[in-house]
Design a protein around this ligand. Structure first.
Ligand SMILES: [Zn+2]
Length: 264
């Protein structure tokens, strides 16, 4: 999730090794790929299922100029892997009756080529607008992790710090991933201050695994494993949904209209 927008950085970096530096920032000298495409808010009529009536936003992290974390062995950026997991997850959840809102459906960033604000901030604001305008009741943001040390591994799910509903969802997704993917290291869901988690609905940021770990990188590059990842995330959503009335209220959205341009 290199470059994923964070509201603040205290604490988690040393624990999780996430989001190393490029907060709100552009990806340095990376070649510009595709800009200015209109974000796609897609919706189809879903079949009946456990998630009928639910609108779920799936956010494939990064895209276009912003590749995100890079596989240490392969050099493959996370953006394409994120999109693949997101699309697989979309199909699974649609088959359970959910209506899905995708923040992106191809390899592009959601910012203009020369925006008046930082590209990453504009990209995130547009993702937020798609999610909000689409009426999403839940956000699932898909990323791949990296860390300076090569030994770190395992899926890691984040929720908005202090949000009981998000924490419950994150716990369900984390548990399902631990059970179904049987990682060498089982992690517990963590609170984190990420922009995408602050839109006022139960939201999780899913780090599917570490591209900085050669063994896990090899798994994540395998399509069959990515299908299992998507299945596990969906299983967590279904487990959360099955909790029914026990679900607490989410926190209200955060007003970011006064976001400083140079926040890092
Ligand atoms: Zn990422």
């Amino acid at each position: 999730m290199k470059g994923t927008l964070r509201v603040m950085t205290a604490g988690l970096l040393s624990v999780t090794g996430l989001c190393t530096a490029l907060l709100f920032a552009c990806a340095g000298g990376n070649a510009v790929q595709t800009f200015g495409r209109q974000p796609a808010a897609e919706a189809t009529k879903p079949p009946e299922g456990a998630l009928s009536g639910m609108v779920i936003a799936i956010d494939a992290g990064h895209g276009g100029y912003d590749g995100g974390a890079v596989g240490r062995v392969s050099g493959v950026p996370e953006k394409g892997l994120n999109l693949d997991v997101a699309q697989k997850l979309r199909e699974i959840l649609e088959n359970q009756g959910a209506r899905i809102v995708m923040t992106r459906t191809d390899d592009y960033a959601l910012c203009d080529e020369n925006p008046t604000i930082r590209k990453k901030l504009q990209d995130m604001q547009r993702r937020a607008a798609i999610i909000t305008d689409g009426g999403a009741q839940m956000v699932l943001s898909i990323h791949m992790n990296e860390y300076a040390g090569r030994s770190q591994s395992g899926p890691q799910v984040f929720y908005r710090e202090g949000c009981p509903a998000g924490r419950l969802l994150a716990g369900a997704v984390q548990e399902a991933m631990n059970e179904q993917l049987a990682p060498q290291r089982e992690r517990a869901a963590l609170g984190g201050d990420y922009y995408i988690l602050t839109l006022g609905v139960p939201s999780v940021l899913v780090e599917c695994g570490f591209l900085s770990n050669a063994k896990e990188e090899a798994k994540l590059l395998d399509e069959g494993y990515r299908e299992r990842v998507a299945q596990a995330v969906a299983a967590g959503v279904l487990a959360w949904q099955a909790l029914g009335q026990e679900k607490p209220e989410p926190l209200p959205a955060v007003d970011r209209s006064g976001e400083p341009h140079d926040e890092t």
